[in-house]
Structure formats: C-alpha cells, structure tokens
Design a binder for this molecule. Structure first.
Ligand code: 5GP
Ligand code: MG
Length: 182
C-alpha cells in the first residue's frame, strides 16, 4: 500500500487537460441549457469529481441531485433491469435532466436509466459522459456530450475506481496489469 501513482501504467489525461475538457463541455451545455434550470444528475460514485468540476464551470442556474444505479439480470440477450441503490429526491416532472456519468462502457446501465427518468416525466434527458469506450458497447445508446473517446483499456482516477480505490487520483490513467492480476 504505497503511493497510488505506483500502480499507474500510463497517464491518459493530465489534470490540466481534464480541466480544459471540462470547460469545453460546460460551454456546450451553456448554449443548450441556459435559462432552463436543468437538473444535473450525478451518477454515483464515479462521476462525483467530474460533476463537481463541471457544475463550477456552469454560470447559469441549475440544481444537482444524485443516483446510484446498476443493472441486474444481464444475460447474453437481455440487457437487464435497472437497480436503484440510492435514489434522488428531486421531482423531475417537466424538468430538463442532464445525466452526468464518468464513462459510457457497455451502455447497459444508462440504457435502463433513461426510460425510468422519462417515465417519471422528465421533459428531456441528455447524457454527458467524460469518457466513451465505444468498443465495448452492447446496447444502442449514444451520449449527447462526450469528453474523450478512449480505447478498450481499464482506466482509473478522476472518480473512476478499481475495487473502490484510485478515485482520488487527480488524473486519468491506465491501471498496471499486475494490480488486477495478483
Ligand atoms: P456500463 O456502461 O457498462 O453499463 O457501465 C459503466 C460503468 O462501468 C461505469 O460507470 C464504471 O463504473 C464502470 N466502468 C466501465 N469501464 C470502466 C473503466 O475502464 N474503468 C473503471 N474504473 N470503471 C469502468
Ligand atoms: Mg465502478
């Protein structure tokens, strides 16, 4: 249990690069959402840090809430059902919702979450992801706002964990194989 950086094979995006990317995403949101008081829905735990950075770059009114979700019953055919571990307490009826997620991977979780938010009466639901791993997609889902497209590598840091560790790494890196193979 030494320093976190000893387990990083390579750095993909530095703190500085991340900060610039977050600003550019916030600018895109500004043109679409200024005056609409959107709900920023932070998907726990991975997008905690991305959300915290993103909302501080938004200079218009918005509200923030949190959900922790996963999917169960993911067979080869079915894409499973939504499992809500922690729910938000905002009434989203008539609201414009922006889901903020750390990474879009298979897409299974978010493809189950979007219809649930629509069922609750959201006026619109958009998806803002910091990372997009297209290679692993299993369902037809596309993010409206994407920070970076990445290769099929397991990444950590900036909120992303391996076994609940590395979320506090201030940059995004690839985990050394020996860490998950030992
Ligand atoms: P999916 O899109 O597969 O339903 O789920 C995405 C979730 O899987 C993310 O929110 C994240 O928790 C986890 N995940 C997917 N790819 C990675 C990765 O490369 N690194 C880490 N740390 N988590 C990942
Ligand atoms: Mg995770």
């Amino acid at each position: 249990m030494g320093k976190l950086k000893n387990d990083v094979a390579k750095v993909l995006f530095t703190r500085e690069e991340i900060a610039e990317k977050v600003k550019s995403l916030a600018n895109q949101l500004k043109s679409a959402y200024e005056g609409k008081n959107p709900l920023i829905l932070c998907i726990l735990k991975g997008s905690l840090i991305f959300t915290a950075d993103l909302v501080r770059e938004l200079d218009f009114p918005c509200t923030i809430d949190f959900m922790q979700v996963s999917s169960y019953g993911q067979g080869a055919k079915s894409s499973g059902q939504l499992k809500v571990k922690k729910d938000m307490d905002t009434d989203i009826n008539g609201r414009d919702v922006i889901i903020v997620e750390d990474i879009l991977d298979t897409g299974v979780t978010l493809s189950n979450l979007v219809p649930e938010l629509e069922r609750r009466g959201a006026k619109s639901v958009a998806l803002c992801v910091f990372l997009n791993k297209e290679a692993r997609r299993r369902v037809d889902i596309k993010a409206d706002y994407v920070g970076y497209d990445i290769e099929n590598e397991f990444v950590i840091g900036y909120g992303l964990d391996y076994d609940e560790k590395y979320r506090n790494l201030p940059y995004i890196g690839v985990l050394k194989r020996e860490v998950y193979e030992k």
